[in-house]
Write a protein that binds this ligand. Structure first.
Ligand code: TYD
Length: 203
């Protein structure tokens, strides 16, 4: 089972992952948890460039850096785990690129589809999208402190991102599971955990 977790800024992905790690440990389910950008050593170097707000990246340069990061992630972590029958849960994956680089930066979706296909990126069996209205998400991010290169974008950028996620979720209802991230944390956790465990049972 290959699962991705998506969400716009401030949706609470990190807290959810922490609680899921504990749940799957308790349930004796073997999972590899990883994160984009930066899941591998090479990816960490790429991540530093991507998040550095003193660097002005062209949208294509940004996209290709993310794809370079993902290629390493897929080759070194995702495929080896899947081929051993170990479940993988990644914090962000291809839908982040459709949302941020596609809707956010204006990279054509056909170009992204072509690149993903060419690079042989596997499609997740399940994608959980934590949805939060843009203003509320950004307020949470601001309360956390210093912001990175993406978090400093204007509000319309994040509105396009949220719309892209919701549109994709509507287009692919069998892959996507949308959770309202304004719900209490333990409820969000329970919804995500039950959805994953159900999917594992039916697989
Ligand atoms: P990160 O600090 O990991 O934050 P988050 O908790 O929001 O995931 O920052 C990663 C940033 O990279 C995030 O702002 C979204 C961006 N990103 C893209 O723009 N496209 C992508 O394909 C991916 C994987 C991430």
């Amino acid at each position: 089972m290959f699962i991705s977790l998506e969400g716009s800024e401030g949706a609470g992905k990190s807290s959810l992952i922490e609680s899921l790690i504990q749940s799957f440990k308790d349930a004796n389910k073997e999972f590899v948890f990883s994160k984009e950008p930066g899941a591998t050593e090479e990816g960490q170097a790429i991540r530093n460039i991507l998040l550095d707000k003193s660097i002005d990246l062209d949208p294509y340069a940004e996209t290709f850096l993310l794809l370079a990061d993902r290629s390493q992630h897929v080759k070194k972590i995702i495929y080896p785990a899947i081929s051993k029958g170990i479940h993988v849960l990644t914090d962000r994956y291809i839908d982040s690129t459709y949302a941020y680089q596609g809707a956010g930066r204006g990279i054509n979706e056909d170009v992204l589809n072509y690149l993903f296909k060419m690079l042989n990126f596997p499609i997740p069996d399940l994608t959980i999208f934590l949805d939060i209205p843009v203003i509320e998400g950004l307020e949470r991010v601001q309360r956390r402190g210093e912001m990175d290169r993406f978090e400093k974008e204007e509000i319309t950028f994040f509105e396009r991102i949220r719309e892209s996620y919701l549109f994709r979720a509507k287009q692919e209802p069998e892959r996507f599971f949308v959770i309202d991230a304004r719900k209490p944390q333990d409820e969000v956790h329970k919804l995500a955990r039950d959805c994953i465990l159900n999917k594992l049972k039916n697989d």
